[in-house]
Design a protein around this ligand. Sequence first.
Ligand code: URA
Length: 198
Amino acid sequence: DAIMAARTAARNAQTLEELRAILDQFDGCALKATATRLVFADGNPEARVMFVGEAPGRDEDIEGLPFVGRSGKLLDRMLAAIGLGRSQVYIANIVPWRPPGNRTPTPQESQICLPFIRRQIELADPDVIVCLGGPSAQTLLGIREGITKTRGRWYKFDTGKREIRAMPTFHPAFLLRSPLQKRFAWRDFLAIKKALAE
Ligand code: URA
């Protein structure tokens, strides 16, 4: 029911601002009740590359912007390493409300929010998508394999308008816990840089 309602609501949005307003009114996802506010997006909706995380954490819930906490600071450094700032990327999450205690969103919560992030992608119309972490990649790309297998690979993604490329990479929060894995993330970011130069 909630998934059907989300599909209908998302389809009604003709612009990103309309989508934000519709999402703010949507009561089909229980996380809205425990979150402080909606965390819709940051960066430039005109950017050629869009990053999609999992869900807001504590800092994001307070500020109303994605990736502003410790993970976000690392993401900013990784972006800077390939010559990108926030004004050259668009950033959102699969789930736009903070799950209590920063737990991983349930598959049900992710599926309810999926029509909205899909519509957000369609309206922003990027050339390249980067999925940050396994849950984002699995939900958005409809794949079952874990991030260790899928990172660095290009997947086809149908935006509803056209087919674009999407790459899963490690979530910055994971890289903070496992810094040795940064070398793989670095490879992925170089591939993203290359894709944007084409
Ligand atoms: N982790 C995410 O997946 N998204 C955020 O916005 C912040 C941390």
